[in-house]
Design a protein around this ligand. Structure first.
Ligand SMILES: *[C@@H]1O[C@H](CO)[C@@H](O)[C@H](O)[C@H]1NC(C)=O
Ligand SMILES: *[C@@H]1O[C@H](CO)[C@@H](O)[C@H](O)[C@H]1NC(C)=O
Ligand SMILES: *[C@@H]1O[C@H](CO)[C@@H](O)[C@H](O)[C@H]1NC(C)=O
Ligand SMILES: *[C@@H]1O[C@H](CO)[C@@H](O)[C@H](O)[C@H]1NC(C)=O
Ligand SMILES: *[C@@H]1O[C@H](CO)[C@@H](O)[C@H](O)[C@H]1NC(C)=O
Ligand SMILES: *[C@@H]1O[C@H](CO)[C@@H](O)[C@H](O)[C@H]1NC(C)=O
Ligand SMILES: *[C@@H]1O[C@H](CO)[C@@H](O)[C@H](O)[C@H]1NC(C)=O
Length: 591
């Protein structure tokens, strides 16, 4: 396949926690004959031109967490060297086995002496940046089978000074769900992934360790006309994803995943098993968008399923700079948030080779889901966005669940079973986010193009997700997620690299930071808003130990605006000693 006739199709799934995943397909036209979710394949498309290259960038999931910066990412940060305390470790293990009401807990405890320890640790690491020899490792990993085991883990951790990191899918963008600078245990929710769908009443209970793929699969097994407005990357765990917001292709119609959560099961710092009624509306508010990691261990969510038509339409139309991409994208900014709620058109921007030998260009992939047939979509596009030049041949009709596979980058006709695959090939990445409230002028877009031509940007993408519709109807304080009316779209920036070592990390992270600095005049200000599921420690972190409200509000107001204050209040009531903490956890007031 020569570079000239290949199309770089960017399908990015966003997701929040899901993080989003970006899929770069080296393909001809829209023929999606690729190995799906090969997360780890690179943008270095040419070197692999015999195989189908698919790059999936995962959206970070918000697992519950704590995290740490890789030294390569932030040179000023070094992992404090706590001697691995054999003492803490042994006492903690003894506590677990002695006080456990259930002997079977020994079957789900992995220490570094267990042969499966590395496998269990690495099976949910989604970013090799946080899987190097110098990355701190947990003293223990526990994969609880039920609520009572979680209660034991919390109780023993508090007695013996172990920090707990809760991991559901492992998609936290900064690795906070499986890395900590102090002695820690990973509470891995992998065994807690029951899903029960009630079609008649349009709801489901889903445990935190389940993935979005598993959830969509179960819904599709039971109904062709029910869906759920969550992320696009099937391997994202629902635990973190829903707790930070969570969105996908139907956000303009139904809002976020968190907007559709109607109950939850959570274990608090005292070991109490709480539901919506017993936790109260304040805590229930906080965990829907405030990040679950600050408040307890979320065991399961009850979600409201939403109606989807039996036929939906998808398309991906690519335009490069020689095909007026700048003008079309500029225009997109005036219409993307105003379309009918049934229409979602996001844009993926990547660097590409021009048809002129040796020249570079930028490609904009207009990637869409319409909740209806193409007979309705075509006139709608003709009326509101004729500049894109959409024609019938660009459109594919399918079921909603098939559109889930399409946005995840699977070939058409693939069995739904692929949604159950939790294995990913992984590649290092760094991501950031911004919100756009006024259209960026063409001259501003051109400055972005310049940055795509730099060598670190070979495997970089900007993913533009339109808001409006239902997103603008929900008030900023309904849940902690505050980015509502007034936002035209959200940008996710992401850069990937396959080289190992700190030099490669530093140069790519530096590239994305330069781009972020360049974007400042064009995006939200005071605060410069960010999306928690695209966790970014560059925007501020807590102090080690006792963080101050003031220090935490630097990053807190970017993610939550004024909702940060209420989150601090809820934290102060439910976790006054700040047991559940990480670099970006909500601080209690006493600290
Ligand atoms: C673009 O061209 C360069 C050389 O001109 C080549 O190394 C690179 O692999 C090409 N990229 C793609 C995506 O075709
Ligand atoms: C799951 O996905 C991985 C990575 O893409 C792939 O290697 C593996 O074959 C898949 N497993 C199944 C059972 O499809
Ligand atoms: C890990 O090793 C310990 C000590 O040898 C053992 O008790 C435990 O059952 C092992 N865990 C698993 C999951 O095999
Ligand atoms: C021990 O845990 C297993 C798995 O959760 C469960 O099936 C069993 O009923 C438990 N036994 C007791 C005594 O709690
Ligand atoms: C998961 O579902 C199975 C089968 O429905 C049930 O037996 C089990 O108790 C459930 N586990 C939890 C932790 O809810
Ligand atoms: C780009 O736009 C110009 C003027 O708006 C038009 O004449 C030209 O045909 C367009 N080019 C392409 C490739 O669509
Ligand atoms: C946290 O605050 C308490 C009370 O002010 C103090 O005693 C303790 O040393 C502080 N811990 C750290 C790590 O700063």
């Amino acid at each position: 396949m020569s570079p000239l006739n290949s199309n770089l199709i960017l399908l990015f799934s966003t997701l929040t926690h899901s993080l989003t995943m970006a899929l770069l397909l080296h393909s001809t036209q829209t023929k999606l004959t690729h190995t799906p979710l090969e997360l780890a394949i690179f943008l270095d498309l040419d070197t692999k031109s015999n195989s189908h290259n698919t790059q999936v960038l995962n959206q970070a999931s918000n697992d519950i967490i704590i995290g740490v910066l890789d030294t390569g990412v932030c040179p000023s940060w070094v992992y404090p060297r706590f001697p691995p305390s054999a003492h803490t470790h042994e006492n903690f293990l003894q506590c677990l086995t002695l006080h456990s009401r259930n002997d079977s807990i020994s079957e789900v405890i992995y220490t570094s002496s267990n042969s499966s320890y590395s496998f269990v640790l690495e099976s949910s690491i989604r970013n090799p940046r946080f899987s190097t020899p110098s990355t701190p490792k947990p003293l223990v990993i526990v994969t609880p089978l039920g609520v009572s085991q979680i209660q034991e883990i919390l109780s023993c951790s508090q007695k013996h000074g172990m920090q707990v990191r809760v991991r559901s899918g492992g998609h936290d963008y900064e690795g906070l769900s499986y890395v900590s600078p102090v002695p820690f245990v990973i509470l891995d929710m992998i065994n807690l992934r029951n899903i029960s769908v009630d079609v008649e009443n349009s709801f489901a209970w889903v445990q935190s360790g389940a993935t979005l793929g598993e959830l969509y699969y179960e819904i599709a097994e039971q109904s062709k006309t029910l869906g759920f407005p969550a992320g696009l990357c099937p391997t994202i765990g629902v635990g973190g994803h829903f707790s930070g917001g969570g969105y996908g292709t139907i956000l303009r119609k139904y809002g976020l995943a968190a907007d559709n959560v109607i109950d939850a099961h959570l274990i608090d710092v005292k070991g109490r098993f709480l539901d919506r009624k017993s936790m109260g509306e304040n805590l229930f508010w906080a965990i829907r968008g405030g990040g679950g990691a600050s408040f307890g261990v979320i065991v399961a969510w009850k979600i409201k399923l939403v109606p989807v038509p039996s036929t939906v339409t998808v398309f991906t139309v690519n335009k490069n700079l020689e095909q007026n991409a700048t003008k079309i994208l500029h225009r997109w900014q005036y219409v993307a948030d105003k379309f009918d709620k049934d229409l979602f058109i996001r844009v993926g921007l990547t660097g590409a080779n021009s048809s002129q030998e040796g020249k570079k260009t930028v490609q904009a992939a207009f990637n869409s889901l319409y909740l209806g047939g193409k007979d309705k979509l075509l006139p709608l596009m003709q009326e509101s966005f004729p500049e894109l030049g959409l024609v019938s041949e660009d459109c594919k009709e399918m079921s909603w669940i098939q559109s889930i596979l399409y946005f995840a980058g699977f070939p058409s006709g693939q069995s739904l079973d692929v949604l159950l695959n939790r294995t990913l090939t992984i590649i290092s990445y760094k991501a950031k986010s911004d919100y756009v409230k006024n259209p960026i002028p063409e001259s501003g877009l051109e400055g972005i193009w310049q940055r795509f031509y730099e060598k670190e940007a070979v495997s970089a993408a900007l993913i533009l997700t339109p808001y409006g519709g239902k997103m603008s109807e929900i008030s900023e304080s309904a849940i902690p997620f505050p980015h509502r009316a007034g936002n035209i779209y959200k940008i996710q920036y992401v850069v990937y690299w396959s080289e190992e070592g700190t030099a490669a990390t530093e140069s790519h992270v530096s590239w994305i930071r330069r781009l972020y600095a360049y974007m400042a005049p064009y995006v939200s200000k005071s605060p410069r808003e960010a999306y928690i599921n695209y966790r970014d420690l560059d925007i501020g972190t807590n102090n080690e130990g006792n963080t101050s409200y003031r220090q935490a509000s630097i990053w807190g107001t970017k993610y939550f605006k004024n909702n940060f204050k209420r989150l601090v209040h809820v934290k102060t009531v439910f976790d006054p000693t700040n047991f559940f903490r990480n670099e970006q956890s909500i601080p209690p007031l006493s600290h």
